[in-house]
Design a protein around this ligand. Structure first.
Ligand SMILES: NC(=O)c1ccc[n+]([C@@H]2O[C@H](COP(=O)([O-])OP(=O)(O)OC[C@H]3O[C@@H](n4cnc5c(N)ncnc54)[C@H](O)[C@@H]3O)[C@@H](O)[C@H]2O)c1
Ligand SMILES: [Zn+2]
Length: 363
């Protein structure tokens, strides 16, 4: 089992990564202090993995709450149902909440843990590649409001994160690719060696090769943990994790959420951010082509969607909360893959060129 430390002073914790973590032993118990746990999951994930998790906690009192599956259920209503269940079953502040599932379950259960009786301990058992390398690291928890994604939430760190790569065996291919988008992002923004390694391993990753998955997840968690340790509450450098995301959010808003997976929009978003970096002379055309090639090999779209226009994307970007706080800003490559910076004042003409090139169906 590999361990990555997320260094946040008294909120520090470990991410444990391995194959078969859930199958044997009781590693999940190490951070549970009380005698009761409350598992939050959904039917899809519970069908595969709930039994193994229950085994890990044999001998202590367990309640299970299954929420409906899907981003549309990451809501205050679901949160209220979870809190109601905790109260009805008499859970106290010593109960540990266990999130078993992808980012939707993790974000919702995490926010329930942050708010139930002003905060109870929680641990994460992420089961999608995206949640293993991204959403379970860094303590952002939230539910959506109909006027905006993740608009109700808190920074709240888990006591531990347990990544069993065996859970990826049942993950659909499209969801796997969506997780690869965030993995590629981590390489571009912070570590050229990691990017090289992912480039070499991309075929093995898509085949769910165990060793390749462990290498990639470990590397990604390390990068994200370092960024988060430097800026837990996103007052500065944590924003670099948004590489490709200003474009991605505009694509998601333009198409209506739920059409493309977030990771798919991030795929095109990264191709656009790399293209913009090259047009502004911030990186070589060679590097921007390398990024595009890797995104494509990860099984992600590299252009489109055809129904969204450059004008529509510009309008959505101007409305993006993160953008409007301090004018339109982008995370762009700084010289080479592995270094990024936040750039303001991108000339509109160049931005439009990037959008028009990126939205074209075939190049
Ligand atoms: N907190 C953060 O920092 C952060 C960062 C990135 C994304 N997010 C959030 O994460 C969410 C997306 O997470 P996601 O991509 O994991 O989506 P998800 O949780 O919706 O999971 C995707 C699908 O896969 C299913 N699934 C999960 N594990 C499975 C497994 N092992 N086998 C088969 N099916 C499985 C789920 O039931 C779901 O249908 C979004 O709400 C996003 O806002 C949060
Ligand atoms: Zn993302």
């Amino acid at each position: 089992m590999e361990k990555i430390r997320v260094d946040l002073g008294e909120n520090s914790y470990d991410i444990c990564i391995g194959s078969g973590l859930l199958r044997g032993g009781n590693v999940l118990r190490e951070k549970v202090e009380g005698q009761r746990i409350f598992i939050v999951s959904n039917c899809v994930v519970a069908e595969h993995y709930l039994d193994s998790v229950l085994h890990q906690f044999e001998g202590i009192d367990i309640d299970v709450h299954l929420m409906s599956d899907g981003e549309q259920f990451k809501t205050l209503q679901t949160l209220e149902a979870i809190i109601g269940d905790l109260l009805a079953k008499g859970h106290k502040r010593s109960t540990t909440i266990v999130a078993l599932g992808g980012g939707v379950v993790g974000d919702t259960a995490g926010y329930a843990a942050a708010t139930y009786q002003r905060g109870v301990p929680f641990i994460q058992v992420p089961t999608t590649l995206l949640s293993q390398v991204d959403s379970s690291v860094g303590g952002k928890t939230a539910v959506n409001h109909e006027l905006g994604k993740n608009m109700i939430g808190a920074f709240y760190q888990p006591k531990g994160v347990y990544v069993d790569t065996d859970t990826l065996k049942t993950l659909p291919e499209r969801e796997l690719s969506a997780g690869l988008a965030e993995i590629i992002k981590h390489g571009v923004l912070a570590d050229s060696h990691y990017f090289d390694a992912v480039e070499k391993d991309i075929g093995r990753l898509r085949e769910k090769d165990e060793a390749a998955l462990i290498r990639a997840i470990k590397g990604s968690c390390k990068i994200k943990a370092a960024v988060v340790a430097e800026d837990e509450r996103e007052s500065g450098s944590r924003a670099l994790l948004n590489f490709g995301h200003t474009f991605a959010h505009a694509i998601e808003t333009g198409m209506g959420y739920g059409q493309w997976l977030h990771g798919e929009a991030v795929g095109v978003g990264m191709v656009m951010a790399a293209d913009l970096s090259a047009r502004l002379g911030r990186c070589s055309i060679y590097d921007s082509k390398r990024i595009k090639a890797l995104v494509e090999r990860a099984g992600l779209p590299v252009s489109g969607p055809p129904e969204v226009s450059a004008d529509a994307m510009l309008a959505f970007m101007a409305k993006d909360k993160k953008a409007t706080d301090a004018g339109l800003r982008f995370v762009l490559i700084e010289g080479r893959i592995g270094k990024t910076e936040i750039v303001r004042d991108v000339p509109l003409r160049v931005l439009r060129e990037t959008l028009e090139a990126g939205l074209r169906l075939c190049e």
